[in-house]
Design a protein around this ligand. Structure first.
Ligand code: KG4
Ligand code: ZN
Length: 347
């Protein structure tokens, strides 16, 4: 099945053409246009994001189809991110997908953005299939899931406040880096002294119980702010602070993921979302779980927001026979389909 996929949930305008045969997916075309207008505002401006998607989505789709060497008549289905994300930005992609699906009489599937991140490693590693434990770390989410099967997501814990990527971005901004700051923070941290700042490891010392798999990053961000206020030479201290923050964040993410994979007796750990581009995180995760599990993570281009992962997830749902009608809506706060809390109640 050949699927045209679209992703417009935030500040990347992306289209992809993927072909699924069983568990293996060929990526025939992928275009990702990052909107850099937001840089000058230090964060994504929703109205500008919607307008940029509207202006560029057509050419972006044409480019992905040109790479794949296909016309719309070669496509078997259309997948589009329907949420969560910025409402106006999502509406651009959903409206485009519905219109083309209706005109071409093609099956349509709306995809949950985070399910896309979970499927991303399968684009390069066909063995990255359930059962596995997953850590989703993006600009908007930090979630630990157990995944016994595709479409069945058991929520073990999530962040109580900031997402991990958001914390990287906010701390990066405090240290004078442009938005989004994650990649630059990683580079800066690599040159920092790990022994200078021992920052808090939030919720790591909790006794096993409710908060075992929960995260919190806002206190860590405040700890960096206090250290900046105390510094008499920020230029000298910035790399050390970036290192202190990154080490604390990684230790919390890795330790809890390891606990979860052990408790769920999984031999595969999947990392997804933009923060999974961080090589210090993936190296620490591999080392921590090496005795009992391997780690699957997509390459950076497929880890940050892109339409290929939406095609991977959407084509799986289309193959299951799922379809959305022309009444498909976009939702900024969409629950993950098949998400269960540990109490077994869908949220
Ligand atoms: O998944 P994503 O592209 O978008 C969302 O769905 O949010 O994730 C973007 C986030 C940003 O917060 C960005 O700073 C972070 O991923 N990020 C990183 C790295 N590369 C991107 N964080 C830490 N280290 C990186 N190398
Ligand atoms: Zn994302």
């Amino acid at each position: 099945m050949r699927v045209l996929a679209l992703e417009t949930s935030c500040d990347e305008t992306s289209a992809a053409v993927v072909r699924r045969e069983g568990n293996s997916i060929a990526l025939d075309g992928l275009t990702i246009l990052s909107q850099d207008i937001h840089r000058i505002f230090g964060g994504v401006v929703p109205e500008l994001a919607s307008r940029a998607h509207l202006a560029t989505l057509g050419p972006v789709v044409d480019d992905a189809m040109r790479q794949a060497g296909v016309a719309i008549t070669d496509i078997d289905g259309i997948a589009v991110t329907r949420g969560p994300g910025l409402q106006g930005a999502l509406l651009v992609g959903v409206t485009w997908a519905k219109t083309v699906a209706w005109r071409e009489r093609l099956p349509l599937i709306g995809v949950h953005h985070l399910e896309g991140h979970l499927f991303a490693p399968t684009l390069e590693d066909p063995g990255a299939q359930p059962p596995f434990t997953a850590l989703l770390v993006s600009g908007g989410h930090t979630m630990l899931l157990d995944v016994p099967a595709w479409g069945e997501y058991h929520l073990l814990g999530q962040t109580r406040d900031d997402a991990a990527g958001e914390a990287f971005d906010k701390v990066g901004s405090l240290l004078g880096l442009d938005y989004p700051a994650g990649a630059a923070m990683e580079q800066l941290a690599a040159t920092g002294n790990p022994a200078r700042y021992r920052l808090p490891r939030p919720l790591l010392k909790q006794a096993p119980g409710e908060s075992t798999y929960e995260f919190s990053f806002s206190g860590l961000k405040t700890a960096v702010l206090r250290a900046i206020e105390k510094s008499d030479n920020l230029e000298r201290d910035r790399a050390d602070l970036a290192r202190g923050f990154q080490d604390a964040t990684i230790e919390v993410l890795v330790t809890k993921t390891k606990w979860a994979a052990e408790a769920c007796q999984r031999d595969l750990v999947v990392l997804g979302g933009g923060v999974a581009c961080n090589r210090a995180l993936t190296a620490a995760m591999r080392e921590a779980v090496a005795p009992f599990a391997r780690v699957a993570v997509a390459s950076p281009r497929l880890n940050t927001d892109n339409a290929a992962m939406i095609g991977a997830a959407g084509s799986w749902r289309l193959v299951q026979g799922e379809r959305h009608g022309v009444d498909l809506d976009a939702r900024d706060a969409l629950p993950l389909p098949g998400l269960f809390t540990t109490t077994g109640v869908g949220v």
